[in-house]
Design a protein around this ligand. Structure first.
Ligand SMILES: [Fe+2]
Length: 332
């Protein structure tokens, strides 16, 4: 041991019991099918939790950790396949899909900060369950088209506290996941809810989930607001940096997603329509785009263009796929 210590130039050695914290499946590259299975697993878990809560039962921690492990493995092994799935929605099951989207976006952003598996696992649990407290709020309130009454609003604002309480009862869940659920509506500028005195900074995982949550909420259609197109949401997010959101994390999020994130339907300079597949690592304005319609508006055999290799082509902006009746999933 002395020779090894001397050879490595170590300053000190700690002796203790070795333990396997998480089993990491990095033995094979993840495929698109793996990504779809991980996403589907997350949505069904949320459905199952909702069903169990209605009969006053809790989900097993092992089941939650299994789903999160698969999300982490897929985000680390096939980030862009996962990001192309985030943005799937179902109006009637909004919270289930929103939870899966926020978990994937949080893990992708978190993996740009660190690839520490333990951190990512508890970030994934906190992100997936961040709105679990909403499952007990009346759907008529959550989907109310107009403004909420003061009582209704007070009820909704309790969901981080209720969610943190619920998850703290699950044995074996990391405390930082509970903290993330509690803090996800606290803001970077120390406002938000629940209020805290004296003001203190949110946990890193809570700040990551807040960015992911804002982006997914802005790009979703709700009973009280229309969905924003992705480039508009990214611009609003950039404005929130330093106010509600951590500016360093917002900058990382733009680097992760680009100005035109995966799944965006975009119009190119000559008038063609395309779907963004993945951002460029060096220029947020020049992603890889799958062109699906000619300038005439006629749909064509899809062609992939890497805008980094085609300087003459530019993106004019995102468009709402519903306006043109485009089923994004049919093309990616
Ligand atoms: Fe929430």
């Amino acid at each position: 041991l002395e020779q090894v210590v001397a050879a490595l130039g170590l300053q000190h050695v700690e002796i203790g019991t070795a333990a396997v914290i998480e089993r990491v499946d990095r033995t094979r590259a993840k495929t698109v099918e793996d990504a779809q299975a991980a996403y589907g697993g997350a949505v069904s878990l949320m459905r199952e939790i909702d069903r169990l809560l209605q009969v006053n039962r809790h989900v097993s921690t092992t089941r939650v950790k299994g789903v999160v492990r698969s999300l982490v493995d897929n985000v680390l092994g096939n980030r862009y396949a996962m990001l192309q799935l985030t943005g799937l929605r179902n109006y009637d099951e909004y919270t289930f899909y929103h939870s899966a989207n926020v978990a994937i976006l949080s893990l992708a952003l978190g993996s740009m900060v660190t690839t520490d598996y333990r951190f990512l696992s508890s970030l994934g649990v906190g992100a997936l369950l961040h709105d679990i407290g909403k499952l007990s709020v009346d759907l008529d309130i959550l989907n109310k088209p107009g403004a909420l009454s003061p009582d209704e609003w007070a009820n909704v604002r309790l969901h981080p506290v209720h969610g943190a309480e619920m998850v703290s009862l699950l044995p074996g869940v990391d405390k930082s996941a509970v903290v993330t659920i509690l803090e996800h509506h606290m803001r970077f500028d120390a406002t938000g809810y629940p209020s805290r005195t004296p003001p203190r900074r949110q946990h890193l995982a809570s700040r990551i989930v807040a960015v992911a949550d804002s982006y997914d909420a802005m790009t979703s259609r709700r009973s009280y607001s229309a969905a924003r197109v992705q480039d508009e949401a990214m611009a609003m997010l950039a404005k929130s940096g330093g106010n509600s959101l951590d500016p360093a994390l917002v900058r990382l999020f733009v680097r992760l997603m680009g100005v035109y994130p995966p799944r965006s339907v975009v119009r190119l300079t000559a008038g063609e329509i395309g779907i963004v597949l993945e951002p460029s690592p060096s220029d947020p304005l020049r992603p890889v785009v799958r062109v699906i319609a000619a300038p005439s508006g006629d749909f064509m055999e899809p062609v992939d263009i890497d805008l980094m290799q085609a300087p003459e082509v530019k993106i004019r902006g995102c468009i709402d796929p519903q306006l043109l009746n485009i089923d994004v999933d049919a093309y990616i």
